[in-house]
Design a protein around this ligand. Structure first.
Ligand code: TNX
Length: 550
């Protein structure tokens, strides 16, 4: 990549000579691509983007090629300042000085959202059989240019060129996810878009948006306005670590929520970047904010306010028919906002004490012929599963939903290690791997005492990179149920977008390669080398990543 440096003052004539004199031995340094593509063949020469370069799309049957061409122009214009007009053409293959995006009909040559990217000295061409494939081709193409191309502002650089190369690429998994908890700390809509941009640039395709918590309900629900009028605001917040004694609070009211129109805008923003948003509405635990808003959803007469500290909370929803209906009404509005197939209903960390002590819950268990509270939880999740399935959606839940029997349509997110995921895959259920030991980015990333306060744990970059989402104990058939993996960002101790970026990156860059690249091509030291250039891209995007010591 050093070849890009030192060209600042060359004139056009010299520039032509240099282009011609690029080494003809085929030994050009491979570009620093993250995630690493399945196949990269370097060729001689370069293609130079200039003020006359056009962006061409063709075979626009589904609209996908045009949309990607327009996104390409949008992402390449700010840094270069070039006009990069977007045009349609039937003869795109013959175009000179152009970047072309073409949808091809033969799906078989491109595995699941794969793409081919060919750069010659005359131009760059991306071919795919899905619009997502074209989008991933665009992400690779951006990474072939100098890192400053990722800047949102004009960069003072006389030459923008990329090496000639043939790339053939496709993802390993279909669920390449990052999670974001906005319940503990609210993150503004503008930041959610930035987060989506960074994730999409890593060819990840799923954001799990954890929208409700004990400490705050963050999604406007028209039918139940108090969820945000009351549930989105807490009186104060714990200061320092939960284990600190005496416990201190900041005395400052805190909160925020997303309106439905903000959510629609974010969902559309994500869609254009081939990111599916999986909304999570937590039930029957982690719901104190909702009970504070509508006390009839709880199990006791005690008045509850929105929770101001962290940890597993005894206050859970009751299992009355009215509560089930309330939550299904909430899910109806959620489904209207989020068109994706998967709806996450939480299901984790549900203490059973209140159900044990509640005459109503006990009567309900008896009436339903259930033997214990785990079966009651399973019944509750089962009702949600039936409801979501009847609307053509699929339920996802944390691995506790296995307890008391797994609902027929459920997909399991395995966070307490891989046990839950293995059990689910063996019984024919889909699984997303999210084990805390490899994918909890709220854990410390070094032993440096100056690391900002975090929840605990220790998850260095290399450990994330080493993760293998398919457990060896699964047969080939069972392994097909592993949809992929996901990085978690719980925000008890993450108060701002800046700090969130610090915790997320570059660990998410490592995870991107885990879920995209074939395991036999992954190599830690190669990744670290490529990361050096990649971090300059994140610099250009103003991402406050954690610096990496080599
Ligand atoms: C456990 S993981 C939780 C979250 C916490 C997280 C902190 C999971 C499904 N539940 O409520 O924020 O640990 O690491």
């Amino acid at each position: 990549m050093k070849r890009y440096i030192g060209f600042k003052s060359v004139n056009l004539v010299l520039r032509m000579c240099l282009v011609i004199s690029v080494p003809a031995n085929g030994a050009t340094m491979p570009p620093a691509l993250i995630p690493l593509p399945q196949s990269v063949v370097m060729k001689d020469g370069t293609f130079t983007l200039d003020k006359d370069t056009r962006i061409i799309y063709y075979r626009d049957g589904t609209g996908g090629a045009r949309e990607t061409a327009e996104l390409a122009a949008q992402t390449l214009r700010p840094a270069t300042g070039y006009p990069l007009p977007v045009v349609s053409s039937r003869a795109a293959d013959d175009a000179d000085n152009a970047i072309t995006f073409g949808l091809v009909r033969d799906g078989k040559i491109f595995k699941s959202d794969g793409y081919a990217l060919r750069v010659s000295s005359r131009g760059a061409a991306v071919r795919a059989s899905t619009s997502a494939g074209l989008f991933y081709g665009l992400q690779t193409l951006r990474q072939l240019l100098p890192p400053e191309i990722f800047s949102g502002k004009k960069v003072n650089r006389p030459i923008w060129r990329m090496p000639c190369v043939d790339i053939f690429d496709y993802p390993r998994f279909t669920w390449r996810g990052m999670h974001l908890d906005v319940g503990r700390h609210f993150m503004p809509p503008e930041f959610i878009k930035k987060y989506i941009d960074i994730i999409a640039m890593h060819k990840m395709n799923s954001v799990h948006w954890h929208l409700t918590e004990d400490q705050g309900w963050r999604i406007e629900i028209k039918k139940y306005p108090k969820l945000t009028q009351i549930g989105a605001w807490r009186d104060q917040t714990l200061v320092g670590h939960k284990k600190d004694r005496p416990a201190k609070f900041d005395g400052t009211r805190y909160g925020g929520f997303y309106t439905q129109s903000e959510i629609r805008e974010i969902v559309e923003y994500a869609r254009r970047r081939h990111v599916n948003i999986v909304p999570e509405i937590e039930m029957p635990g982690h719901c104190q904010a909702a009970i504070a808003a509508y006390p009839e959803l709880g199990n006791t007469d005690k008045h509850l306010s929105v929770y101001t500290t962290w940890g597993v909370n005894p206050n859970v929803f009751n299992v009355d028919e009215t509560t089930i209906r309330f939550l299904q009404n909430v899910l109806t509005e959620v489904m209207d906002l989020f068109p994706g197939k998967f709806i996450h209903i939480g299901g984790d960390e549900v203490p059973k004490t209140q159900w044990k002590n509640s005459p109503r819950a006990q009567a309900r268990m008896k009436e339903l012929g259930l033997h214990n509270e785990s079966e009651l939880q399973s019944y509750f999740i089962g009702r949600m599963d039936k409801f979501l399935t009847s609307k053509g959606r699929r339920l996802v839940g944390w691995d506790e939903i296995l307890e008391g029997g797994l609902a027929p349509g459920a997909t399991v997110m395995s966070w307490r290690g891989e046990k839950g995921g293995i059990a689910a895959a063996k019984s024919g259920h889909d699984v997303v791997m999210a084990p805390s030991s490899y994918t909890y980015f709220d854990h410390y990333q070094s032993k440096d005492p100056d690391e900002p306060l975090a929840i605990g744990g220790f998850l260095p970059l290399e450990k994330v990179y080493s993760y293998e989402p398919v457990p060896a104990v699964l047969t080939e058939q069972e392994a097909t149920h592993v949809l992929g993996a996901q990085g978690q960002l719980w925000t008890e101790y993450i108060k701002t977008p800046d700090q969130l970026e610090y915790m997320a990156f570059p660990r998410a860059c490592a995870l991107a390669e885990v879920v995209w690249t074939s395991p036999n091509k992954k190599e830690w030291h190669g990744f670290l080398d490529r990361l050096e250039t990649h971090l300059k891209r994140l610099d250009a995007m103003d991402v406050n990543y954690r610096k990496v010591a080599k």
